[in-house]
Design a protein around this ligand. Sequence first.
Ligand SMILES: NC(=O)c1ccc[n+]([C@@H]2O[C@H](COP(=O)([O-])OP(=O)(O)OC[C@H]3O[C@@H](n4cnc5c(N)ncnc54)[C@H](O)[C@@H]3O)[C@@H](O)[C@H]2O)c1
Length: 453
Amino acid sequence: MPDLFTTLATSPVARRVGVPQPTRLRRFAPGEPLCDSPVLVAGGGAFAGAVRDHLASLGVTTVDALEVAEVAEGAVDGTPPVTDAGRLGAVVLDLSDAVDLGDLDRLRTLGAPAVRRLARNARVVVVGRDPDTVTDLEAAVTQRALEGFVRSLGKELRHGATANLVLAQGDRPDGVVSAVAFFLSGRSAYVDGQVVVVGDTPTPARSTTLLAGQVAVVTGAARGIGADIARVLARDGARVVAVDVPSAGQALAAVANEVGGTALQLDITAPDAGTRIVEHARGRHGGLDVVVHNAGITRDRLLVNLDEQQWSSVVAVNLRSVLRMNEALLAEGGLGDGGRIVCVSSIAGLAGNRGQTNYAVSKAGVVGLVHALSRRVAGRGITVNAVAPGFIETEMTARIPFATREVGRRMNSLQQAGLPLDVAEAVCWLAQPTSGAVTGQVLRVCGQSLLGA
Ligand SMILES: NC(=O)c1ccc[n+]([C@@H]2O[C@H](COP(=O)([O-])OP(=O)(O)OC[C@H]3O[C@@H](n4cnc5c(N)ncnc54)[C@H](O)[C@@H]3O)[C@@H](O)[C@H]2O)c1
C-alpha cells in the first residue's frame, strides 16, 4: 500500500507542478536477465575481461566503447538525443589500473557520455583497488579518489539508477566479478553510493542454485526484514531455521511453513541460545552453514529520558546476544568451515541518530564485532559481514512519529523507503559461497541515505 507521501507526490496535481516522482525500482525476479539492456564495460583495468566473460555467460550483451558517431549524432550542445533502443542498462568502469591523478580524467571522458545514455534503473559500477593495498603514494591517492566519484554520482543519477564501487585487494577476478554482478542485478535495488572491498580469496564457481545444500539460521524471522531474509534464503536454495521469541510463535510457524523450513522458538538473550541453535540445526538439518543475526529492538528516547531497562534491553538483544551466541556458533561442532555470519546493523550505528543513543551503541558495536571477528575466523574460511539498513518499511518504522517517518522515507538518493526484500537480497548475497572474498564489510542498504552519507 502506498504511504501518504507517495499518494500525494504521485497525484495528478503534484505531477503537474513538477514534484519529483520516486521511480519504481528494478528488483530481482527469478528467471529475469541480470540486465536487459547492453552493458558498457570500459577502462583499462585487469578485471574488465573477466566481467565481460561473466556477463556473456549470462547472455548479457556488452559493448567495449560508445561509437563516436553514436555520441555525436544529432548532438545539441554536445548532448545527443537518445532513443530507448540506444540506452545502456549499466556501465562498468574498471579503473583498477589508475596510478596517477591524470588517470582520473577517464571517469569523466568515459563516464559522462555513458551516463547520458543510461536506461531507467541503470547501474554504474566502478572497479578499483583497495588503497590500503597500494604502496605508491599517488596511486593510493588516485584509488581513494574513486570513492568521491561514486558517492557523488549516486546523488546525481535519477530514475532509480545507482552507482557503487568495488575495490579489489588482489588480482583474483572471481570475487570482483561476484560483487559487480550483485551491483548490476536487481538484488542491489536499494544499495547506492556504497563501497565494497573484495579480498584475494579463491571462491567457488557460480551456480544457479546459489545456496543449494546450505543450512541457514535467521533470528527475528517471524516478521519484517527477518521474514523476508528467510524467504530469500529459501528461494535461493537454503534450508531455513526460523528463530523468534515464543510470543511470536504463530507468525514464526507461518513463515517456517511457507519456506519449507523449521521454527525454533527462542529468546536470543537466553544464555544457552547459541547452543540451542546449533543443536536444532544439526539435529533437524544435519549442519549449519549460514547465520543471520537479524533480531533487534528499539526503545527510542533522548539520553536524558532513557531508563536503565530501555538502555540495557536494547544492548542485550541487539549486541550482547550476538556476541554470546557467536561463541557457541564458532565452537567445535557449530558453524562449519567456510560458513557465513551476516549481522544486521543500522545506519544509526554508523551516523548516530537523535533519540537513539542506546540503539546506535548496539548497532555500532555490531560493526565493531564484524571488523574484529572477521579477522579472527578468516583462517577457517568463515566470513563475517553486516548490512546497515536505512529506512525500511516494517512494523518497526511504522511506529515512528508521522512527520519524522515521512522525512526518513525521502532523505536518500532514491527518494523512497526500502523494502524488507532489499535488505534480504543483500544479506543473501553475503551468505552465498561465491561471496567468500567479502569479509569484514558493512554494506549500507539505504538508498544512499543523507544520514551519515
Ligand atoms: N526497519 C528498519 O528501517 C531498520 C533499519 C535499520 C536496521 N534495522 C534492523 O533490522 C532488523 C529487523 O528489523 P525489523 O524492522 O524487521 O524489526 P521488527 O520489529 O519488525 O522485527 C524484529 C523481529 O525480531 C524479533 N525479536 C525481538 N527480540 C527478540 C529476541 N530477544 N529473541 C528473538 N527474536 C526477537 C521480534 O519478535 C521480531 O519478529 C533489526 O535488527 C533492526 O534493528 C531495521
